[in-house]
Design a protein around this ligand. Sequence first.
Ligand code: NDP
Length: 253
Amino acid sequence: MYATPHALATVALTVAAPVTYIVLRFVSAPYGRHVRDGWGPSMPTRWAWVVMESPSAWFFALWFMVTLNNPGPVGIVFLFLWMWHYVYRAFVFPFRLRLKPGARMPVLIAGLAFVFNLLNSFVNAPVASGAVRPYDPSWFLDPRFGIGVALFLAGISVNRQADRILLNLRKPGETGYKIPHGGLYGWVSCPNYLGELMQWTGWAVATWSVEGLAFAVYTAANLVPRALDNHAWYRQTFPAYPPERRAVIPFLL
Ligand code: NDP
């Protein structure tokens, strides 16, 4: 059977999701509040974020150009939505973190995320560039485009608001943890992750692609176990933690 590198990469991304989910249900990824010794060499956390997330900006842009196939205005909108998220995540967010002095992340975690972002960009950039299938401008009028983009926009605003609330919890010089309030924190412990799930589900719907679906499923496989760990951590750490809060999906999970 003939398989293109792109099809193989999409299969790899799809297979990575259940593997990641199973591993993360048993082992919390050792960064942030779950950081611990025994994971090999480490690097400064701020720079780890830049290194690991930046392929989704520079490599996505490069691969978009290389695979360019008359993307038209729809592809340009997809490129804009992707970059809006990843330029912020790779080059703005890391410099807003209020970290403990000397905070570090295992190179293993940053390396795995770096490889994942290369793979995911390799899979999803050709969707935006029109190489997987060209989008006619009439796609703007398709309900899948409208619903998907609306979900993406709602997700990015939930994610940014949640990030902002978290990053403002620590006053300059503080390093500890507090109970976050405001926005969707009234409902869930990790609205930042909920926002990401909404964004990439929206991407999958707006592009109506298996590549987008593979990324959305992977995001859930990565972030749902993390949200469950964070939620359990909050409940253990703060006896007065609001009992009605769920981990990541309001009223459900
Ligand atoms: P966290 O919520 O664990 O932490 C974000 C920042 O806020 C960290 O600097 C953390 O400090 C600080 N913080 C968190 N909780 C508190 C608290 N209760 N009190 C004070 N400070 C707090 O998020 P992640 O680091 O896991 O993720 C950051 C962003 O990246 C999120 O928006 C997430 O959605 C996104 N992301 C996306 C992924 C994807 O698959 N698409 C994968 C991973 C992240 P400290 O570092 O000291 O813990």
